[in-house]
Design a protein around this ligand. Structure first.
Ligand code: SAH
Length: 215
């Protein structure tokens, strides 16, 4: 793979080990962290620190989430190969690549045109091809619904109704809910209109913004 080296591979192994120590248990998730070359998703000024467990700016005022956050959200999805996943907030495409690496069919939406364009072009060059959409994630993508899993990678003031509607019965939706600080929240859909909610710890995300595609 382009500009991937044994040193980078070694750093990824260490990162996976660190995430395991921080409580990530799912072996498939850790394997994906070991495989996806996070340094290629970063601006060259941060490349040396790509395998530290920190967030970095990716342009348009947005950030690539910390590896621990990516792993935590992915673990909560309980993903199986071949499942259909809707992702809100493509950003750098790192989380998208983790999902693809785990065998998911991913539909991903981004509302910042600049990031949408860059990531849609970049991801296939490192072997991750999928369906990219430019638009407002609050609305989901009804034409491809229902989804087995839905992941929102920006902090949402509330859980968007449209997304609950596009989740399969038996499906799982993972969303950080809150304003300044977010509570990682898992929603399990147990009936057409029945949901079960479980809350996990506090996380910090850039906001999920409404109805402003392109601005
Ligand atoms: N998963 C990304 C994290 C990006 S940060 C990564 O691994 O890099 C969150 C992203 O959500 C930002 O790119 C932001 O522009 C996007 N976003 C915010 N509100 C959105 C909305 N309503 N619809 C789609 N994307 C949105």
């Amino acid at each position: 793979m382009l500009n991937d080296t044994y040193r980078h591979k070694g750093l990824r192994k260490q990162l996976a080990k660190l995430l395991k120590e921080k409580g990530i248990e799912n072996a498939e998730v850790l394997k994906a962290i070991e495989t996806v070359p996070r340094h290629l998703f970063l601006n060259s000024s941060f490349i040396e620190r790509a395998y530290e467990d920190i967030a970095f700016p990716i342009g348009a005022g947005q950030t690539i989430s910390r590896p621990h956050t990516v792993a935590f959200q992915t673990e909560l999805l309980e993903l199986k190969r071949g499942e259909k996943v809707l992702e809100i907030g493509t950003g750098s495409g790192y989380q998208t690549s983790i999902l693809l690496e785990m065998g998911a069919k991913v539909f991903t939406i981004e509302r910042q045109k600049e990031l949408f364009d860059i990531t849609k072009t970049f991801l296939p060059t490192i072997g991750y091809s999928t369906k990219f959409f430019y638009g407002d994630g609050y609305k989901g993508i009804p034409v491809f619904a229902p989804y087995d899993k839905i992941i929102i990678t920006a902090g949402a003031p509330t859980i968007p109704d449209a997304l609950l509607g596009q989740l399969k019965i038996g499906g799982r939706l993972v969303i950080p809910v809150g304003d300044k600080v977010q509570i990682m929240t898992l929603i399990e859909k147990i009936g057409a209109k029945q949901f079960e909610k479980t809350e996990y710890g506090e996380f910090k995300f850039v906001p999920l913004l409404e109805d402003k595609a392109g601005k």
